[in-house]
Design a protein around this ligand. Structure first.
Ligand code: FS2
Ligand code: SF4
Length: 552
């Protein structure tokens, strides 16, 4: 196996100094070599599907089945989504069938008959055969011929597209999709088959991924808002309520809605976990009285938190980690998520989980109520834009920080707690993603009635944060880079890569990215990004804060 797609990749090298990433038998996330290799093969065949989709869409239209498969297939390969090797063996065969159907539909036109390309590879029927084929599909397969910089940019494009696919799949599940998004996704994926080694051209395509992600995040925001209402400022209970309980984690609001419907009148309290927290802000979700609160924190704490939860748990997207014996029997996966031996909900029918919730005692007593506040989405913040602008003009608000993104297990992530704690009292923090759990229980107070900590939502709500920044820039007749606004982005997986590319596509300068920089960005690529965008690696919180607050 070879994988370096996430922040927790192993940063080891051979004796000759060649970067190894997660190799050998298992990655830091627990992904085994078989699953990793099969994921590579699936992504390889998806490029073939994308090629035909892109070539023939102008005359034959977007093939919707292929478009859905591309999104779903890529989503399954994101960090901490699907660890079930058997599932990948069958997805590989599905991908081959789909690619061949598209090729046939287009008269079998192929640019070349070279064997073993994404257009021609015939996957073996058994796992051993597939693993023997998988080497050519590794992201670094051509490193010796094209060099680490080219591989770095190709992977930046691919990993960004994986993140885009995840967001697009959530929108798709809510009934929202756009042909132009499918077409651009297909174009960029098929570009990965190109032999180009032009760094400028590849960087341009990486920024095109960022532009595509902006469209997708906008579509997902539209889907969430039209389906569940506009986010409202809402205190969310973080302590248990006596009674039977079920927990839902991940990003899929569609799944949560189905669960709320199916548990209605059954005397079961529904709790959110991790990235599901912002669900409480949506009127049509919070209207269910049995959506009682949020339990636990970010994904990396799930083994302790799930073990202590007295009911079943459903994982709807990333980030799942190895289930422990104490809760395996009451854990369910949904949609793209998978783990061998864990029951999977494929069709939105949560009855098996509901039965377990009914059979378990749930929380015996209610704890004293504590809350955190969510719901500062685009409409909420722009609704008080006049007050915010006034506060800036009066000097009451001197600076804004966007401190958000992913959380993770490494100790260096305390940087974000320290950063938030040390922000001066005349500054406002916008946050989003699961990175917020590093500081969202702290009391930051308010400035003239405006809370100092504004939770904008899930990581995809980075779109709302961008819109808020653009509106502020409009009000002050300046560019986003001229605002007293600093982006302190914590990344972990490929959705954060997509969001980073969106910020770069908008030419946002001076982003602080951490806790460490992506391993696929070589020193040369980092130098290019520093030169073009003044991208910064995290230093220590105090110095970075001082740098952010120094006059531009
Ligand atoms: Fe957190 Fe994990 Fe949201 Fe990432 S729950 S790191 O996938 O997408 O942020
Ligand atoms: Fe390693 Fe991350 Fe890949 Fe898992 S997803 S194998 S931790 S780089």
């Amino acid at each position: 196996m070879f994988c370096y797609q996430c922040e927790q990749t192993k940063r080891n090298h051979t004796a000759d100094g060649i970067f190894m990433g997660c190799a050998d038998t298992k990655g830091s996330c627990g992904k085994d070599a078989t699953t990793a290799d099969l994921q590579d093969l699936l992504v390889y065949l998806i490029q073939g599907i994308a090629y035909y989709q892109y070539q023939f869409a102008p005359t034959q239209g977007i093939d919707k089945k292929a478009a859905e498969f591309i999104l779903y297939g890529l989503f399954t390969t994101l960090t901490n989504v699907n660890f079930n090797a058997t599932r990948f063996s069958s997805l590989i065969q599905n991908a081959k069938e789909l690619r061949d159907q598209l090729a046939e539909k287009s008269g079998g036109v192929k640019p070349s008959d070279a064997p073993n390309t994404p257009l021609t590879l015939v996957p073996q029927s058994d796992v051993e055969g597939l693993l023997a084929q998988a080497k050519i599909a590794r992201v670094n397969a051509q490193q010796d011929t094209v060099g680490a910089d080219v591989i770095g940019l190709r992977t930046l494009i691919l990993y960004g597209l994986k993140g885009v696919a995840a967001y697009a799949y959530h929108a798709f599940m809510l009934g929202y999709q756009k042909d132009e998004i499918h077409l651009e996704m297909a174009r960029l994926l098929s570009e990965l088959m190109s032999e180009s080694v032009d760094l400028n051209g590849l960087l341009k395509e990486a920024l095109a991924v960022g532009e595509l992600n902006l469209q997708v995040m906008a579509l997902l925001e539209q889907a969430n808002t039209e389906q569940f209402g506009t986010q409202q400022v809402t205190p969310v209970r973080t302590t248990p309520v006596a009674g039977k309980a079920i927990l839902m984690s991940g990003h899929d609001l569609h799944d949560l809605k189905l669960l709320l419907e199916q548990t209605q009148g059954k005397n079961i309290n529904v709790y959110t976990h991790g990235e599901m927290l912002p669900a409480h802000a949506y009127p049509q979700l919070k209207a269910y009285p049995h959506l009682v609160g949020n339990y636990g924190s970010a994904w990396q704490n799930q083994q302790q938190e799930f073990a202590a939860f007295p009911g079943p748990i459903v994982m709807t997207s990333n980030c799942i980690i190895e289930p422990q014996a104490s809760y395996r029997q009451r854990l369910f996966t949904s949609g793209p998520v998978g783990w061998a031996g864990i029951r999977h909900v494929a069709d939105g029918d949560f009855s098996a989980a509901i039965q377990i919730a009914q059979a378990m005692p749930g929380f015996k007593t209610s704890e004293v109520e504590k809350t955190i506040t969510v719901g500062f989405g685009k409409h909420t913040v722009l609704g008080v834009a006049d007050a915010v602008i006034n506060a800036v003009q009066q000097g009451a608000i001197k600076h804004f920080f966007l401190i958000g993104g992913c959380d993770g297990a490494v100790p260096g992530r305390n940087y974000y707690t320290e950063l938030a704690e040390k922000t001066p009292h005349d500054t406002v923090i916008l946050t989003l993603g699961c990175g917020k759990y590093r500081f969202n229980q702290l009391d930051f107070g308010s400035i003239g009635g405006i809370p100092r900590l504004l939770d904008v939502g899930q990581c995809n709500d980075a779109y709302a944060a961008i819109e808020i920044a653009k509106a502020l820039a409009g009000a002050f007749h300046c560019g986003v880079n001229d605002l007293p606004l600093s982006f302190m982005v914590s990344w972990f997986e490929q959705k954060a890569t997509a969001v980073l590319l969106s910020l770069l596509a908008l030419n946002v300068q001076n982003i602080h990215l951490g806790p460490s920089l992506p391993a696929y960005l070589t020193p040369n690529l980092i130098a290019i990004l520093q030169e073009k965008f003044s991208l910064k690696a995290n230093g220590n919180a105090e110095d970075d804060l001082a740098m952010a607050l120094s006059p531009k």
